[in-house]
Design a protein around this ligand. Structure first.
Ligand code: NAD
Ligand code: TDX
Length: 351
């Protein structure tokens, strides 16, 4: 094998798409998927590549320093692509400590193990940290986040991600660890856990349950199809410059309420319901605490330097996503019938 690459969080939403892309595109790499399989980790996301000779799954918890050290000793990774995290803002509001533990302690355990293992011999090595645009805070109606936007995280989730970004840069500046960071906007697509807006709405529309829209639905997000994020990760891992940050976005801003209305229209067509049927399910509920108004990314650095652009229009991406969820009933049922049922009840009963 040419290289051994560790992808953390590979059983999650974005991680599983990154694993698939790397396993299929780089048969000469050994891809080691390191995941502790929290509620969000699901090996069913990877059944199509699980028997490939260049793929291996290892169940390990990045918050456990000993487990991480053993892993680095055993596999001698050349590169780390770090996606493992607690990722849902609402859960960070009810349970912030878990986010501090996984997102901050987990990241520093990996950084430290990489530093100790590589011992200054950094040729051909890279620690690539996957982060979010939420670290930059909330935009008003104008402007975009870029690589130079000052940090201003406002939720326990984004503060924990911001902290992990700072630690990655600290290991670069202090120990010379070769690093890359990217901050991406909202992803959507197949395999996303149905606690997040788009899959939650698809699932509720399918079952004719209310679609909870926070506040007045005026908040704006910049949506990117998950496979396009995986392509960006590939471009940055292979062509990104040591120490640099890249902002990744879909150039595709939607107010939540407009997005939900569009989704309702597609679902009515797909399910052969009379136009307007699904919109009747929209239910405005109590707003998220500290709800950021708008995120939008200027990804011109990535386009100009590495030639990356989103490949799908939102219409294509959203229709593909709807089709995927309707065709993967078993995948969805396994989640919705598990612990998620309890979470859903607790999260929405008082809104
Ligand atoms: P996800 O919640 O779907 O998956 C997270 C994965 O990490 C799961 O498989 C989980 O089991 C694993 N994990 C959690 N704690 C772990 C631990 N202690 N040890 C090992 N594995 C653990 O998340 P996602 O939406 O795929 O996001 C992946 C990464 O991308 C995160 O770092 C997130 O901050 C970032 N990101 C997400 C988005 C988005 O829109 N979803 C946008 C930008 C950046
Ligand atoms: O039931 C809901 N109703 C609703 O109106 C949910 C779950 C969300 N929303 C709103 C909140 C946001 O304005 O929809 C928008 C999108 O919400 P989420 O899907 O929870 O995503 P967001 O909070 O924007 O964060 C996501 O993008 C950045 C990911 O979860 C993060 O991991 C990523 O870093």
């Amino acid at each position: 094998m040419e290289k051994t690459i560790c992808i953390t969080g590979g059983a999650g939403f974005i991680g599983s798409h990154a694993v698939r892309l790397f396993v299929k595109k780089y048969p000469a790499y050994m891809i080691v998927n390191v995941d502790s399989l929290t509620y969000a980790g699901n090996l069913e996301n990877l059944t199509d590549v699980e028997n490939n000779p260049n793929y291996k799954f290892v169940k390990a918890d990045i918050t456990n320093q000993q487990q991480v050290n053993i892993l680095f000793h055993e596999y001698r990774f050349d590169g780390i692509i770090h996606l493992a995290a607690e990722s849902h803002v609402d859960r960070s509001i009810t349970n912030p400590l878990e986010f501090i533990n996984t997102n901050i302690i987990g990241t520093v355990n990996l950084l430290h193990a990489a530093k100790e293992r590589w011992k200054g011999n950094y040729s051909g090595k890279a620690f690539y940290h996957i982060s979010t645009d939420e670290v930059f805070g909330s935009l008003g109606n104008e402007g975009y986040f870029t690589e130079n936007t000052p940090y201003d995280p406002r939720s326990p989730y984004s503060a924990s991600k911001a902290s992990s970004d700072h630690l990655v840069r600290a290991y670069h500046n202090t120990y010379g660890l070769p690093i890359l960071i990217s901050n991406c906007s909202n992803n959507y697509g197949p395999n996303q856990f149905p606690e997040k807006l788009i899959p939650l709405a698809i699932n509720n529309i399918k079952s004719s349950n209310p679609i909870p829209v926070y506040g007045k639905g005026e908040n704006i997000r910049d949506w990117l199809y998950v496979e396009d994020h995986a392509r960006a990760i590939d471009a940055i891992f292979h062509q990104g410059k040591n120490g640099e940050t890249y902002a990744i976005g879909g150039n595709n801003e939607w107010k939540n309420i407009d997005l939900i209305r569009l989704l309702c229209r597609y679902m009515d067509e797909k399910l052969k319901r009379a136009p307007g049927t699904s919109e009747k399910l929209i239910s405005f509920v109590t707003d998220r605490a500290g709800h950021d108004l708008r995120y939008a990314i200027d990804s011109s650095k990535l386009r100009d330097e590495l030639g990356w652009e989103p490949s799908l229009s939102f219409e294509e991406g959203l229709r593909k996503t709807v089709d995927w969820y309707l065709e993967h009933e078993t995948w969805l049922r396994h989640i919705v019938e598990g612990d998620y049922a309890t979470y859903y009840e607790r999260q929405y009963q008082e809104r």
